[in-house]
Design a protein. Structure first.
Length: 94
């Protein structure tokens, strides 16, 4: 994953998880950032392991033109949702 967003880069500093994927869903003026996190030890498992775990964070913001700097976009954070998707290969759909 390549990004210059500090709020995403800092997620890689966790001793427990690492970023697996970062996605964005644009539905103007709403933008949802989806960050998938996996346990760091999972990198040691063989590819396609049936013991995968996945934690998903969804951060929803509203984008608008900055009044102070018209060439920049400002964001207003609307919601944050963190939920397990899969735990040790088992679907975590509650």
């Amino acid at each position: 994953v390549w990004t210059t967003a500090y709020d995403v880069l800092v997620l890689g500093a966790s001793p427990l998880t690492t970023v697996s994927g970062v996605y964005q869903v644009f539905d103007p003026p709403m933008v949802t950032n989806i960050i998938d996190l996996i346990p760091k030890f999972e990198n040691l498992l063989p590819p396609g392991s049936d013991r995968a775990s996945l934690l998903r964070a969804k951060v929803t913001t509203t984008a608008f033109r900055s009044q102070e700097m018209p060439m920049r976009v400002s964001l207003k954070y609307e919601s944050v949702k963190i939920s397990p998707i899969e735990v040790l290969g088992v679907d975590a759909d509650f």
